[in-house]
Design a protein. Structure first.
Length: 327
C-alpha cells in the first residue's frame, strides 16, 4: 500500500513515492508477475510457488539499520543460494548519496530524503521498521536514570553541565560523544531532542554505532546516543524526561527520540531488490526485528494530537501510515 500523508494522498511527501509493502510469507511467482507489470506494490498470492532469484545486491547507509539488514540478507541468501547481498554502513547520508549516484542498489537511512537535496523523481522510499534511539552513558555514571531535554542541551550544546555531580551523579567530568554529520541518528537527535541546536564534545571521525558504543563504554564520564538495535551491557541506557525508549512511550508521544527505517531505491530497484524489500516485511523478519530492538512497522501505533492547541490525543494511527508532524 502507499503510505498516506496527513492529507491522505497516495503520493509520498514532497511528491516522493513512499512504499509500505504488505506482509507476505516469501517472495513468489505472483511477485514476479507484479514486477513484470511494473507495479510499486509487491505481495504474495496464496499457493504461489517460490520465485527463483539470482544476482547480487549492494546495500549501504544507516548503521542503525545495518544489524537488521545484515540478518535479513543472511536469511534471504539461505533461501535463495544464487543471490548475493552485501550490506555495509557508512551513515544515512552516505547511503542516500550512494543510492542516488547509482553506486549501490539500496540506500539505508534513518531520515527522510529531502526532495530539495535528492530531487531524482524515481527515488522511492520503502519503510521497513521503526527504530527507538536511546541515550547511553559509561557504566561509572550512576544515579542519573533520566535527563530532561534542557539538561541534554546543557550537556551537548551550551556546556551548562560539565560534571555529573551537577545532575545527581558522581564527581566525573562529562564527556559528550558526538556523531559525524553523515549520521541519520545525529540528525534525528538534533531535530527531536536538541531543538535544532549544534553539538559540542568528542567528535567521531566515522559514522559507526559500534564506535559510539565502544567510545562511551571505555571513556569515563562519557555520554552518547545510538539505536536500541546496537545497545549492549557495556553501557547504561538512560531516559529522556522520565520516559524510556519503549513502544508505549513512543506511542503516547512521551518519548521523542525515534525514527523510521527507510530503504531507498531508484525506481523499484529491479526484481532482486524488490523481492528482498518484500522479504524485509515478512512476519519472520519483522519478528527478528522486534527481538533486536526495532518495532515492526505494522505493529507500531503513533499518537495523533488534536489541532485545537490543547495537546490532547485525537487517535492512534499506524506508524506506517503517518509521517511525523515536523519531519
Amino acid at each position: 500500500m502507499f503510505v498516506r500523508s496527513k492529507n491522505r494522498s497516495t503520493q509520498g511527501w514532497g511528491g516522493r513515492l513512499v512504499i509500505v509493502r504488505p506482509p507476505c510469507v516469501a517472495p513468489c511467482l505472483s511477485l514476479g508477475l507484479v514486477l513484470a507489470l511494473g507495479l510499486a506494490v509487491a505481495g504474495c498470492a496464496p499457493g504461489a510457488a517460490p520465485l527463483s532469484l539470482r544476482g547480487s545486491l549492494t546495500i549501504s547507509g544507516s548503521t542503525a539499520l545495518q544489524p537488521l539488514a545484515t540478518r535479513a540478507a543472511s536469511g534471504f541468501m539461505a533461501e535463495h543460494p544464487e543471490a548475493r547481498i552485501a550490506v555495509s554502513g557508512g551513515g544515512s547520508l552516505a547511503g542516500l548519496k550512494a543510492v542516488t549516484s547509482g553506486k549501490v542498489d539500496i540506500g539505508d537511512a534513518d531520515v527522510y530524503a529531502d526532495p530539495g537535496e535528492y530531487p531524482d523523481p524515481t527515488l522511492s522510499d520503502h519503510l521497513v521498521a521503526v527504530i527507538p534511539f536511546t541515550l547511553i552513558v559509561n557504566p561509572d555514571v550512576t544515579g542519573v536514570p533520566s535527563l530532561t531535554r534542557d539538561q541534554i542541551i546543557g550537556i551537548f550544546s551550551t556546556s551548562k553541565y560539565t560534571n555529573w555531580s551537577q545532575l545527581g551523579g558522581p564527581s566525573l567530568p562529562i564527556q559528550a560523544v558526538v556523531r559525524p554529520p553523515t549520521s541519520g541518528t545525529r540528525l534525528t537527535f538534533r531535530k527531536y531532542v536538541m531543538g535544532g541546536r549544534d553539538e559540542k564534545g568528542i567528535f567521531l571521525n566515522s559514522d559507526s554505532s559500534k564506535t559510539v558504543l565502544k567510545t562511551v563504554a571505555t571513556t569515563p564520564g562519557a555520554i552518547g546516543y545510538l539505536a536500541l538495535s546496537v545497545l549492549d551491557t557495556t553501557v547504561r541506557a538512560i531516559g529522556i524526561d522520565g520516559a524510556n525508549a519503549a513502544p508505549d512511550s513512543i506511542e503516547s508521544g512521551r518519548y521523542p527520540f525515534w525514527g523510521y527505517e527507510h530503504m531507498y531505491t531508484l525506481g523499484d530497484g529491479g526484481a532482486l531488490a524488490s523481492a528482498f524489500l518484500s522479504y524485509m516485511t515478512t512476519p519472520g523478519v519483522q519478528s527478528v526485528a522486534r527481538s533486536m530492538g526495532y518495532i515492526p512497522i505494522y505493529d507500531m501505533r503513533v499518537a495523533i494530537r488534536t489541532t485545537d492547541g490543547s495537546g490532547g490525543l485525537a487517535s492512534l494511527a499506524p506508524a506506517s501510515a503517518w509521517r511525523r508532524d515536523d519531519a
